[in-house]
Design a protein around this ligand. Sequence first.
Ligand code: C5P
Length: 230
Amino acid sequence: MSDPKIIVALDYPTADAAYALSSQLDPQRCRLKVGKELFTRSGPAVVEKLVNDGFDIFLDLKYHDIPNTVAKACQAAADLGVWMLNVHAQGGGAMMSAAREAIGHSDDRPYLIAVTLLTSMDQTTFEQLGLQGSIADTVLRLAKLTEDSGLDGVVCSAQEATTLRGQHGDNFQLITPGIRPANSEQGDQHRTMTPKQAIDAGSSYLVIGRPITAATDPMAALAAIEQSLI
Ligand code: C5P
């Protein structure tokens, strides 16, 4: 079984637009991320269809609620056959432990990961929330809480990957967005890393959207990224 490192972000408003892209992609060569827009518009059916088409799906809904509610939502996501799902670490240890318990212990259970702090969080927002200390220390503290709660890893910026890889073992999954191949458009992303830099920094999987989805030939764009990783 191949273990593709690239997770293509299906940031589309309709299922048809998502399928137009997924039908050009090979499930042996990439995984897919379904986020809040596509899921809210198209529902679980889009996930089920992509799973049936052979894709590993990262369901990026970032659950954050009371432990019982998050646990039930995670169970429902696992029942859809997703490969990975996520919660907010700021929901706390009890919430994360309940989520972990809910997805079970079978060999084919999904990966359960957490968002520490959103990368959109700046110092002003951080202080508005009454959070103490630095953003960097808070990310490390929440990543530790994530691992202590039995989860498999975190979403983080590639800039944080080296420190997090040093703090956690090789089995801790680091999922990094904000990836831009050399010479590609930055778009609204700041402080990007190339795919190779991110993997060298300790990333386990790379979330890549527009460099692949906006390419005239998405498989060629994917192939070029794969080549850059060798
Ligand atoms: O098109 P692009 O490669 O910028 O897409 C990145 C994907 O990763 C988007 O789905 C975006 O929402 C997601 N993401 C991110 N930064 C985070 C968390 C998720 O860009 N911190």
